[in-house]
Design a protein around this ligand. Structure first.
Ligand code: 5GP
Length: 118
């Protein structure tokens, strides 16, 4: 059995976090180092390292993850002002925590999707 990931430990309540939503499949909590006025992470309760580690049997879970992100955004009133969902995968994307997660970023104009080169 592998060590639980950081986000599994948060979902299990072993590491404190400011949780905004939880059910039997996903957990959402505020990012510890917010990059925007709203910065929430939505994670599956069990670890899937990246999108490309997900299996066909994870289809419903991944759909629930995205629907949950949308529901949280709507509950926060972000559906009119807008928000960005980001899923980083691997080194070039700067993925730090290898437990699939959706960033919800909002609360200001977020600028370009990626920094221009140079
Ligand atoms: P990634 O770069 O992997 O897409 O994003 C990982 C995110 O997890 C980062 O935005 C980082 O600030 C956040 N993070 C890392 N450690 C913790 C933690 O212990 N608690 C919370 N709430 N967020 C964390």
């Amino acid at each position: 059995m592998s060590e639980p990931t950081l986000f599994e430990r948060i979902a299990q309540g072993d590491i404190p976090a400011d949780i905004v939503y939880q059910d039997d499949r996903v957990t959402a909590f505020h990012d510890i180092a917010p990059q925007a006025p709203v910065h929430i992470l939505v994670v599956p309760n069990r670890a899937i390292a990246t999108v490309h580690d997900a299996q066909p049997g994870d289809e419903a879970l991944l759909g629930h993850l995205l629907l949950t992100a949308g529901a949280i955004a709507r509950d926060l009133g972000l559906d009119t002002s807008g928000y960005r969902l980001i899923v980083n995968n691997g080194p070039d994307a700067g993925q730090e925590v290898f437990h699939l997660h959706v960033h919800i970023l909002a609360g200001r104009a977020l600028g370009p999707i990626v920094q221009p080169p140079g």
